[in-house]
Ligand binder design. Structure first.
Ligand code: UT7
Length: 315
């Protein structure tokens, strides 16, 4: 089996910043509570932007960084739960917007906040069976459009954004060793679909999801290390889904990961769902903190319930 590496990353976030003080004006909350319980200071919300425009912005930036023309892409996956339209999918819309080839699979993938990792694994499998060697994976969500603005337990958490990675697949490269899982649960974290009588707004039992996450993260780390034959010390950078700074800090403490080897941008963007992990990857790449040869262990978890980890290498 051939493996994939990250060739280039890009991101696109809305301009509008919403601070904790802005939210305290609409629900009974405070900057002190949000900051201490989540680590979030502000987040971005779409005003003029759309899911499509964010995806296109992130994908164009990633293609440019990778130096790969759209016509060389062999598959396109958008991980999301909030595409502008169910049909066409966000990925089919991207095909048109970017001028991707027409003879390739383009589709959306729903694994909530773990979506980007599910999509990377799927892309690795697809490119193994493709004559083309590059793939485009986007993580994008505009959760502000399905947020319940009367629920202070959730509305303070989410932000909008998109980020993308162009990956390359080659003989001789190691697999990303993805370890993915799910446990069907429709109570802890739920967004209704086409059921009748429900508005499609997010509901979540935060404390129980928190407990699930605290167990899922070490499970993923241990499984990925075992599968790839690596140790914590081999890893150059740890990238965690940005759902709550406390979850990230607990994992860092458990594995004695030094501060120089993990990163939090939740303070700036909140929880951006499927965009969260690639947003971190893209910022780290631009900061020069990861680059060719870097080994990045990444972990995600979220609605479904879903969880996953993978060992990413930059080309
Ligand atoms: O990305 C998908 C995965 N998602 C996650 O991983 C999210 C995981 N969960 C969490 O991050 C946390 O559970 C939350 C940040 C959502 C909530 O934090 P918590 O420490 O679990 O708080 P809680 O829900 O247990 O609430 C504690 C108290 C309650 O008041 P009482 O009953 O103790 O009087 C809440 O009503 O805090 C209250 N509360 C708030 N107070 C001020 C809940 N939300 C707020 C708020 N502002 N926004």
């Amino acid at each position: 089996m051939k493996g994939i590496k990250i060739k280039g990353t890009g991101r696109c976030v809305p301009e509008k910043t919403v601070t904790n003080a802005d939210l305290a004006a609409i629900v009974d909350t405070s900057d002190a509570w949000i900051t201490s319980r989540t680590g979030i200071h502000r987040r971005r919300h779409c005003r003029g932007e759309t899911h499509t425009s964010l995806c296109a912005g992130a994908a164009r930036a990633a293609l440019k960084k990778a130096g790969v023309p759209p016509e060389e892409i062999g598959a396109c996956i958008v991980a999301t739960v909030t595409a502008d339209t169910l049909v066409p999918s966000a990925a089919c819309t991207l095909q048109r917007e970017l001028g991707l080839p027409q003879d390739i699979p383009c589709f959306d993938l729903n694994a909530a906040c773990t979506g980007f990792l599910f999509a990377l694994h799927t892309m690795e499998c697809l490119l193994n069976a493709s004559p083309r060697k590059f793939g485009l994976v986007v993580g994008a969500d505009t959760l502000s459009r399905i947020t319940n603005w009367e629920d202070r337990g959730t509305c303070i958490l989410f932000g909008d954004g998109a980020a993308a990675a162009v990956v390359e697949c080659r003989e001789g490269w190691s697999s990303i060793g993805a370890e993915l899982g799910c446990h069907g649960d429709d109570r802890l974290l739920r967004v209704p679909g086409v059921e009748t009588g429900h508005r499609s707004l997010i509901s979540m039992e935060g404390t129980r999801v928190f407990k699930f996450a605290v167990e899922a993260v070490p499970w993923c780390i241990d499984r990925v290390l075992a599968r790839t034959g690596r140790t914590v010390e081999d890893v150059d950078f740890f990238v965690f889904h940005q759902a709550n700074a406390r979850i990230i800090d607990l994992a860092a403490r458990k594995y004695r990961i030094p501060q120089s080897k993990y990163y939090k941008n939740i303070g700036e963007y909140g929880n951006t769902s499927a965009a969260s992990i690639p947003l971190v990857l893209s910022e780290l790449a631009d900061l020069g903190r990861v680059g060719p040869g870097s080994l990045v262990l990444t972990v995600g978890f979220g609605g479904g319930l879903t969880w996953g980890g993978a060992m990413l290498e930059f080309a």
